[in-house]
Design a protein. Sequence first.
Length: 460
Amino acid sequence: MEEIRVLSPTAILGYGYPHESLEEGMRRRPDVIAVDGGSTDGGPYYLGMQPGSGGGAGQASAFLEFIGRDTGPLLDAARAARIPLLIGSAGFAGADLHLAGQLTVLLRHAEEKCLHFRLASIHAEVDKAWVKERLRAGKVEPLGPVAELSEEEVDRSTRIVGQMGAEPFLAALESGAEVVVGGRANDPSMFAALPLARGFDPGLAIHMAKILECGAIAAEPGSGSDAMLGTLRRDHFLLEPLAMERRCTRASVAAHSLYEKSDPFHLLVPGGRVELHEVQFEQVDARRVRVSGSRWVPEDRYMIKLEGSKPIGFRSISICGIRDPSVIENLDELLDEARSNLRRQYPTLDEAARRLLFHVYGRNGVMGPLETHTGPPPHELCLLIDVVAPDQGLATTLCGFARSTILHHGFEGRTSTAGNLAAPFSPLDLPVGPVFEFNVYHLVEVDDPLQLFRIEYRDI
């Protein structure tokens, strides 16, 4: 086999995609449809949320509706063409409850359409006792600038997942699975699985997979809600967007090869890395780019990334507009007064038990102290008051107290006695629900790439 074609319909299930792009992709006779189902980009909430807690159940239900909308046509197309459909990081965060949600919408569609296939589901949720055993054996290490993991933090996690490599998908395919739904997965895993199973170069296969996992983001104009086709050959791969209004360029593909990497020359995945020092990007025609020179380097140890999320309280927010130039000029004074007043009014409340943050959009709201832009004062600002406290009622109370302090506080030069803030919403203070933070973001050494990932098979 001299080439293999991988169709990526969208960056993440739920983002949507034009059905015309899917149809165009299927006309190219792909060998596999692969799609990413999730990410940590949305933060730790999705891994930590409990069904029925706060807004968790409603958000999960709404997101599953979007996932189901995207999954159905992909399943139809794959079964009609008799090619595999591979889904990774199911249900966004990839734990067992997310995997179950993805399977529910997939099987519901299969039943409605009377589709039949061999299904493999790959679990990525990791037993806490096993993590603690590996911790005691010295087989766990931080990933980046995070603290060493402790057994106490393991226990505080709502759940922990492992980020699987391509091997569990390969194992499922080799066992005859036609549809594979995996829990939390390293981004390229499902896109590289079939090429690796058919003996293609790992460096090229994984590099192509890393670009494909984001759909058409590597095109111009880029979109995470559109499709991309990757054609892998023995010494290079080709990338082509499937919507006619998009095109791949050397710049767009090279730029996306830098995506999510602190080191531009190494793409790290479970089991090794892809060296990118000698990669060449060539413009084949107006819409396609040829990539060559990606080189696979295996590692001595096989490391799996662990992700865990723990609850830290409940959040309430207030969103306010500021248009008065004198308020803008004196805003820092007002924010300092809100902090001080909160401490005076709630002297017994431990500082660690509540968090009060102000995000001033229009004035360093995104970058904060890292902002380099300086210029004249803006004519209006958006103030986001963000409070986290041990329970929802307290969070809303503290948020309202901080808002009302800023709303009414006087300052030198004030020319009115009306409010300092404009509120676009009622209620003024909005309860958001439970808050989580990543407390497990570590690498664990495993003896076997399949060790953490239990595979279940059934005939549908």
